[in-house]
Design a protein around this ligand. Structure first.
Ligand SMILES: Nc1ncnc2c1ncn2[C@@H]1O[C@H](COP(=O)(O)OP(=O)(O)OP(=O)(O)O)[C@@H](O)[C@H]1O
Ligand SMILES: [Mg+2]
Length: 399
């Protein structure tokens, strides 16, 4: 980057950047290749379904992207027409229709956006694959969002589609990414059992593994000699405490680098990392929050405000609801009902933005308590205000 910066290339620390090398995921990478051996050896004979699971920032997305690149390269060398498509369910609002639309558009960019049901899109997709003699591996990333939004139906349809095509070649394989396997219980028994056979678990990274990941990234992102050993260790330690979250550790370093530049410093010191950790309103959450529907943002804004009025670590759902109603009045919007808010709360919990837990058993009546463990309410409010101002009401389907 510019003269006087510790960065060589900041984009290497971006959340959407895919590093050329994977650290410490060799076994899982090989396993994934093993599961898909037949796609290369005997294409069309069978399809595969694999689940990848692991906590936030454990490399689920990056692992599958690497795998996608490598298997399509290998297929190409063998003149097999194999495509890999990676779709993030959350970014597609957990809508089966939008997800399928994206997949069909991969083959036919001009395909009409209206006039087809999800069912028809799926049939269209199979037709395209047959016509082009193509095999396809789809990764459904952040699958919880699709299950939460549409239940077991989409997965059921995807699992069954091959079985209704008795004579044709097998063409469609799936990789499903879930942070928690408990989501499988929401699927019907037979879909669940076809999925459950192949599970690849990504364990949380240890401090030394995070150090290796960071060191590798530092080489391309920072100028030589600007990030001392102690700084890397501290960022890795903090990443380990955050459930072995590599994204968090990388983001800490990026922020620490920003602080260093702001001071005109030549070295990223541990103190910069500490300051980054204290102020991190993490960009990953920002990304997640920005894709929320309008009323979910209003609900979260209500929660953020309520937390600023209390010294307690929790608020009740009643208080959250009340606060949301006030926000709605202010924004001149009709408030959504109780059942809807309950759904919002579950979704925000899944995202890890809030924490919902039952109140202690000795208290009167049963209620759910909401916690805001990771983000300062002030920062959250500021962020939401910006987003709500810049986007206006999203008129798309939001349930
Ligand atoms: N083994 C690894 N080697 C190099 N970089 C890694 C590795 N694992 C993770 N990273 C980096 O850490 C960040 C988080 O990884 P990734 O996005 O794959 O996590 P995830 O498990 O998909 O998280 P989430 O549950 O939030 O979707 C990314 O920037 C990724 O490039
Ligand atoms: Mg991911």
């Amino acid at each position: 980057m510019s003269y006087g910066s510790v960065f060589r290339d900041e984009t290497k620390l971006d959340i959407n950047y895919t590093p050329p090398e994977l650290q410490h995921r060799n076994i899982q990478f090989k396993l994934l290749n093993e599961y898909f051996r037949h796609a290369i050896m005997t294409p069309g004979k069978m399809t595969q379904r694999v689940i990848i699971t692991g906590k936030i920032g454990t490399g689920k997305t990056v692992l599958t992207q690497h795998f996608g690149r490598s298997i399509t390269r290998e297929a190409q060398q063998r003149h097999i027409n194999l495509h890999y498509i990676h779709v993030n369910c959350r970014q597609n609002k957990g809508s089966f229709f939008l997800i399928l639309q994206k997949i069909v558009a991969h083959f036919h960019p001009g395909f009409p956006k209206r006039g087809y049901s999800a069912e028809e899109l799926l049939q269209t997709l199979m037709q395209i694959l047959d016509d082009q003699n193509t095999y396809l591996i789809i990764t459904l990333d952040e699958l919880e969002s699709l299950i939460q939004n549409e239940g077991s139906e989409p997965m059921y349809k995807l699992s069954r589609i091959e079985e209704t095509r008795l004579k044709e070649s097998r063409r469609l394989s799936l990789i499903c990414i879930l942070r928690e396997l408990s989501w499988l219980s929401k699927l019907d028994a037979s879909t669940r059992s076809t999925l459950q056979n192949n599970i690849i678990q990504l364990d949380s990274y240890t401090k030394t593994q995070l150090q290796d990941i960071l060191n590798d990234r530092i080489k391309s992102a920072f100028k030589q000699g600007t990030v001392p050993f102690e700084t890397v260790i501290l960022a890795a330690e903090l990443g380990e405490e955050e459930d072995g979250n590599a994204r968090y550790a990388i983001e800490l370093l990026w922020r620490a680098g920003k602080y260093t530049d702001a001071e005109g410093g030549k070295e990223v010191a541990p103190e910069h990392v500490r300051r980054a950790a204290g102020s991190v309103y993490s960009t990953m959450r920002k990304d997640e929050i920005s894709t929320l529907d309008y009323h979910k943002k209003l609900f979260l804004l209500g929660i953020a405000r309520r937390f600023q009025q209390t010294r307690s670590a929790h608020i009740t759902t009643g208080e959250a609801e009340e606060s949301y109603k006030i926000v709605c009045e202010e924004f001149d919007k009709k408030a959504r009902g109780h059942t809807q808010l309950w759904k919002y709360m579950k979704e925000l919990t899944t995202l890890g933005v809030i924490k919902a837990e039952p109140s202690p058993s000795n208290s009167v009546g049963k209620t759910t308590l909401i916690g805001l463990p990771r983000i300062a309410a002030v920062d959250l409010e500021k962020e939401l205000n910006n987003m709500l101002k810049s986007t206006g009401e999203d008129t798309s389907d939001d349930n």
